[in-house]
Ligand binder design. Structure first.
Ligand SMILES: C[S@@+](CC[C@H](N)C(=O)[O-])C[C@H]1O[C@@H](n2cnc3c(N)ncnc32)[C@H](O)[C@@H]1O
Length: 208
């Protein structure tokens, strides 16, 4: 959304990930192709700020990949906090589990394997914080399924809501789905929303 120079400058003036997450990034870069799925330092730091400032102690993440954002949020959660992270790819699961177990906060993280639309209903309770970062085609379904499970004053954060800028003139199926969700959120009187042009677009949704 901004020039590469500005993005690089912003990243270089943002706190670095801790050593374990830096190791995770190295392993992911060596072993995997699609490491651009990792939300990255700007989104990661923003998630950490929001989780820490809000004191969220029940978090749901949809889309673990190798665990970058899960580890980032788990680190700043209260000791007794619990983070459920949904993933369906077993190859990514192996890397994520390895790093979760190596971390000091493994007891907070519960990896939930399977298609998220099928596994989420079995996860008990409501959430203070939800990070939506999986299959874009199903974003509207996740929104409908999860908004009722977000606590009052809770936050839902949805990644990729600008979809490379395509939402301005949506032609592909994914961009149409995301643009339609953005409209739904805008018109939803039960929430306040803020669409930040950070990285690929990040929408913060607060339940009134
Ligand atoms: C963008 S990546 C998540 C990145 C991660 N949140 C981070 O910032 O490091 C999306 C992940 O969602 C997973 N995924 C996609 N569709 C899914 C589904 N229906 N159920 C569970 N996981 C899914 C993919 O396998 C992928 O690992």
């Amino acid at each position: 959304m901004v020039s590469k120079e500005i993005e690089d400058y912003a990243i270089s003036h943002t706190s670095k990930e801790d050593p374990l997450i830096q190791e995770l990034l190295e392993v992911a870069n060596q072993k995997l192709e699609h490491t651009d799925m990792i939300s990255g330092r700007l989104v990661g730091r923003l998630l950490a700020f929001l989780v820490e400032l809000s004191g969220a102690d029940r978090i749901l993440e949809v889309g673990t990949f190798v665990g970058y954002s899960a580890l980032t949020m788990a680190k700043v959660m209260p000791k007794e906090g619990v983070l459920f992270s949904c993933e369906y790819n077993e190859h990514y699961e192996a890397i994520a589990r390895h790093f979760f177990e190596k971390s000091e906060y493994s007891s907070k993280i519960h990896l939930v394997m399977g298609k998220a639309l099928e596994t989420i209903p079995a996860i008990p309770g409501n959430f203070d914080f939800i990070f939506l970062d999986a299959d874009k085609i199903n974003y509207p379904r996740y929104y409908d399924l999860l908004l009722p499970r977000l606590n009052k004053d809770g936050l839902m954060v949805v990644d990729n809501t600008l979809w490379g800028g395509e939402v301005i003139d949506p032609q592909s199926e994914k961009s149409q789905v995301i643009a339609s969700l953005n409209k739904t959120i805008k018109e939803d009187e039960s929430v306040e929303q803020l669409l930040l042009p950070v990285r690929d677009g990040l929408t913060l949704i607060k339940k009134k």
